[in-house]
Write a protein that binds this ligand. Structure first.
Ligand SMILES: *Cc1c(COP(=O)(O)O)cnc(C)c1O
Length: 381
């Protein structure tokens, strides 16, 4: 059986976790946490980084920082994970779902302006499969209407947006006012199963982000010696991961280039070997616009119909390959459908019905990739 996913392991994880255990400090914001945060700030130019216990938590912190009032509206793609929407719904906001593009599952920037009302406060682009949304277009709309942009960069570590205007590659997560990454075991790098990162790019949010992170206290300022006692100053919760998780993550960050190199090699092998079938019209391959880079988070096919996808997944499963579909449209979910305003989101529904993901993980061998491609070729003969 070829699994759909296996968590990345580089070899040093247990060593650093052992070190964290015997350092005598296991709670959050210790040496490994600080090391990881500084690494992200330096490598990607993120203004301020705070490790969190999950990507969901990082999104919840983003939503809290947006300081939403009841009835405020947030524009979110319907083709995303539940957490993207839930983080804002928990803050009392109204979630307004937007459709995906025809060319790929990302938020269609051209549909955003029609959704803006006087109550709109935030746009949340999700970089699906680690491929950039059209950030120049989204930031221009946000600036014009004075909206905040929160990037759901959960899948987008080490991926870039190349602005067609400036030509400069900007790391995903560095463009919006706030961003969230995930280090869940299904992502390119993991903090030992669960983990996340809040990125604050807009200075105005840094102080409050630290307070929310530290359970509503100004403990971070106290530790830096900026105040002589600390206490309860705002809302907050327990968002810090333990040092054991940060130590695990550190081992992965040290090896990120090797991890990315291997994932890209797998991705490109799929692309090369499946292109002839795509050219024949059996399915379409992942779309990477000129303004985006590929971080090889995911390799997916989009089939012509739900029936075609169901049949392919069944065939691969019978032949020992774990291929899986992905999101169901959030606007028609059991929990949200009665709150949705009834607009049709046909591209989102198409990806929900027709997209299938193939195995892609660090330890996957090229022989296994070839086996999978051969099976798919046989299936279409
Ligand atoms: C994985 C993911 C999340 C949630 O991250 P967790 O770390 O699992 O909480 C949110 N949004 C997107 C787009 C994701 O892929």
């Amino acid at each position: 059986m070829i699994d759909f996913n296996r968590p990345t392991l580089t070899g040093k994880e247990a060593h650093y976790m052992y070190q964290a255990v015997y350092n005598g400090k296991l709670s959050g914001n210790g040496m490994f946490t600080k090391r990881c945060q500084a690494w992200f700030e330096e490598r990607y130019g993120f203004r301020k980084c705070l490790l969190t216990t999950s990507g969901t938590d990082a999104l919840e912190m983003c939503a809290m920082l947006c300081d939403l009032q009841p009835g405020d509206e947030v524009i979110i793609p319907s083709y995303t994970f539940v957490s993207t929407a839930l983080a804002f719904l928990r803050e009392g906001a109204k979630v307004v779902f937007a459709d995906s593009m025809k060319r790929n599952p990302n938020l269609d920037a051209e549909t955003i302006e029609a959704l803006i009302t006087p109550r709109t406060k935030v746009i949340v682009p999700v970089h699906y499969a680690g491929v950039a949304c059209d950030m120049d277009a989204i930031m221009a709309i946000a600036n014009k209407h004075h909206l905040l942009v929160v990037e759901d960069a959960a899948q987008a570590i080490d991926s870039y947006y190349r602005s067609p205007v400036t030509g400069k590659p900007l790391p995903l997560g560095a463009i919006g006012h706030l961003s969230a990454f995930s280090f869940h075991e299904t992502k390119n790098i993991t903090a030992g199963g669960e983990g996340g990162l809040l990125v604050v790019n807009d200075e105005r949010f840094i102080r409050r982000a630290e307070i929310i992170w530290e359970k509503g206290t100004n403990r971070a300022e106290f530790f830096r010696g900026e105040v002589n006692k600390y206490g309860w100053v705002d809302m907050g919760s327990s968002f810090l991961p333990s040092e054991v998780n940060a130590a695990f993550l550190w081992a992965q960050l040290e090896n990120i280039d090797a991890i990315q190199h291997k994932r890209k090699y797998i991705w490109e092998t799929y692309q090369k070997r499946l292109k002839p079938l795509a050219d024949k019209g059996c399915f379409t391959l992942p779309d990477i616009p000129d303004y985006a880079t590929n971080n090889a988070h995911m390799f997916y096919l989009v089939l012509p119909t739900l029936e075609a996808r169901t049949a392919l997944i069944k065939y691969l499963k019978e032949n020992g390959v774990g291929a899986v579909f992905h999101y169901l449209s959030l606007h028609s979910s059991e929990f949200y459908k009665s709150r949705h305003d009834g607009r049709q989101l046909p591209e989102c529904d198409r990806y929900a019905d027709c997209l299938v993901r193939l195995p892609l993980f660090y330890d996957l061998t090229i022989e296994q990739v070839n086996t999978i491609c051969d099976l798919i070729k046989t299936y279409y003969q």
